[in-house]
Design a protein around this ligand. Sequence first.
Ligand code: PDD
Length: 280
Amino acid sequence: MSRIVHLNGAYLPEQDAKVSIFDRGYVFADGVYEVTAVIDGKLVDFEPHVQRLERSLRELAMAWPCSKDELREVHQELARRNNVTEGVVYMQVTRGVAERDFAFPKDVPSTLMAFTQHKSLLDSPHAANGVKVISVPDIRWKRRDIKSIALLPQCIGKQQAAEAGAFEGWMVEDGLVTEGTSSTAYIVRDGRVITRPLSQAILPGVTRKSLIRLATEERVVVEERPFTLEEAYAADEAFLTSASTFVMPIVAIDGRAIGSGKPGPVATSLRKIYLDAARS
Ligand code: PDD
């Protein structure tokens, strides 16, 4: 059975959802997106995803395709119609269909598209065993705070990681780790969690935001400062976060074991704290 997807207000079988070749998402990658996790059939952290979408749209002067309430309804309805109890909802807004011209078209409605993916997020062997990452150069544009659908540098980084047998690529700029190709990067030293502060150099992760709040409530110190790759190699622990991985322990970076070479106690406990909160 094919999926039911959403396109501009309609729920359609995936093979019937068609977008013009002149859509600016197709021609210019002129669009933004969000990925929201579904656990127990419920959306995780939906409100901060909408807030980040609002920010991405505002920064690019792109029109909302529908109301926020309608967007929530689309997410819930897609999860329901596709029987997704565990997985993700992907959604993107593009600047709509217009004659090819670099400048933004006037009075063109945005295109809204959304679909679901079934994924085993909770009982992931990656979470139990930890994952490997490699470092890759950060070759992205300078507005990484906008969740743009233009992801070619991240695709190249993820492909390099896959070819090296790694789960993720940690992007490095001026010797400092910015973030993963599709996740936020953290190290742990002496029980303190270290992650890069928000700026235009990284995406403001929704999972990052929740995790920092929850960690602080549990009296885990979170230091928001840049860190080098060398510091990461020597860290007690490392981990990453994203909507689709939650908190994922890292056991090796560039082939060097991190700490004991097993998932560390801080990452393991933060994963549990995050998931308990997400499911409560
Ligand atoms: N990626 N940094 C980058 C570059 C990302 O693409 C993502 C998310 C994150 C983590 O953000 P969040 O916690 O809000 O998921 C950080 C999503 C999951 C993706 O592209 O599939």
